[in-house]
Design a protein around this ligand. Structure first.
Ligand code: LMR
Length: 395
């Protein structure tokens, strides 16, 4: 009997199914507003200039590809902590482990949590990134959800979010999107982050921050607010950083698991647990692009070039949001999508009747996931007009 004969086809999440459908579609004017990759005005995802230069330089000068260690590149880990927290931070209780992108960091941190507190529950926003709950489930950690969005205003339902988190038990983990919430685009204000921090402290909950869009909301420094605040006020913090979007290195898989312990000893123990999880998943994280990023961050002129390109990307997202809200007003005759201009990051969800998403895809070649999430980077003035007129025609 064949090993695979009875094996059912594995389910992959909706955004990846959509990406396959988009690739298979033969229409020349198809529009991809699905998977979260940055796109420029022409719909391309170019290599960032500073990354391209540092890549060429490293390729020309790399002298070995021998293993480094389970924690990955120390230069990268230090540069990333400097980026997130500034170089004058108190390092004694803060650790970083280079990982295979943000998903790798989430996975290893979740395994560490499972080893440290097998009965903890992970609290995940409703809605959240497609992959959050499956990671908890695969690791065998219980999870539940907390209210996040007010459906009428498409802004954070902060009162209900806090009320739900009051139900968490001491030692539970609260997964929070540090900026640019995926999929809603609705985010907490600094004052709300302060309030959540007080709640976590009072109830002895540990935050797990997912930082996948650093620099896309209000800039590198302001987007680190939640992380910095929690590290300063709480005994323990864990965070998963993805470099995919911020540095445009999606397929190279670079990220970091960040661990803040109550003491240096506790931080070291947690770091060793994360590295041990890495060992049985993929052994060592990939090095090349992590080293490229370390070089960009530590070279004054490359760093400047990187920051200015990231800033251009951020501003383009804001302009796209405003452009879409204006196009929707013009073609639909009301402000139902004004909230898109208020949101931050790569995504917002369009409130659409059921049937509109498939009709947009089948009749107009506009691809968005079933929950109505759009990748704002995929818009330009012409596409915004197309989406708005198509919604008008369908409804
Ligand atoms: C997304 O949400 O589209 C991105 O984070 C890509 C992914 O891996 O799902």
């Amino acid at each position: 009997m064949s090993l695979f004969a009875e094996l059912p086809e594995a389910e992959i999440d909706a955004v990846l199914v959509l990406a396959q459908a988009f690739q298979a579609d033969s229409r020349a004017d198809k529009v991809d507003l699905g998977i979260g990759v940055y796109r420029n005005e022409d719909g391309n995802t170019p290599v960032m200039r500073a990354i391209a230069k540092a890549t060429q330089d490293l390729a020309a000068n790399e002298v070995t590809k021998a293993y480094i260690g389970l924690g990955g590149s120390d230069r990268f880990n230090t540069a990333i902590l400097d980026l997130l927290l500034g170089s004058d931070r108190n390092t004694s209780r803060i650790r970083a482990v280079q990982t295979a992108a943000g998903a790798g960091a989430l996975r290893l941190l979740t395994e560490m949590v499972k080893a440290a507190k097998p009965n903890a529950t992970m609290w995940i926003s409703d809605p959240s990134w497609f992959n959050h709950a499956p990671i908890a489930e695969t690791v065998g950690l219980a999870w539940t959800s907390y209210t996040y969005l007010d459906a009428d205003t498409q802004s954070v339902n902060f009162t209900q979010m806090c009320a739900d988190l009051e139900g968490a038990a001491e030692g539970d983990i609260v997964l929070l999107h540090a900026c640019c919430h995926n999929p809603t685009g609705a985010n907490l204000t600094p004052a709300q982050w302060d309030e959540v921090t007080v709640l976590l402290k009072r109830k002895e909950l540990t935050p797990m921050l997912d930082i996948a869009y650093l620099g896309f909301a209000e800039g590198l420094e302001k987007d680190s607010y939640a992380l910095r605040k929690m590290i300063s006020d709480l005994p323990e913090v864990i965070a998963a950083l993805s470099c995919s979007k911020t540095f445009g290195v999606y397929r190279d898989r670079v990220g970091a698991a960040i661990i803040v312990g109550e003491t240096a000893f506790a931080a070291d123990a947690a770091r060793s647990s994360v590295m041990a999880a890495g060992r049985v998943n993929y052994s060592f994280p990939p090095n090349f692009t992590a080293e490229v990023i370390a070089n960009v961050l530590t070279d004054i002129s490359l760093r400047e070039e990187f920051e200015s390109e990231l800033e251009q990307m951020r501003k383009r997202l804001i302009a796209n949001r405003q452009g879409f809200a204006a196009a929707a007003r013009k073609h639909l005759g009301d402000g139902r999508f004004d909230y898109v201009a208020e949101h931050q990051g790569m995504f917002s969800r369009l409130r659409l009747d059921s049937g509109t998403v498939p009709a947009l895809r089948d009749n107009y070649g506009i691809f968005i996931p079933n929950d109505g999430r759009i990748n704002v980077a995929g818009l330009n003035p012409e596409i915004s007009d197309r989406v708005a007129t198509a919604i008008k025609a369908i409804s």
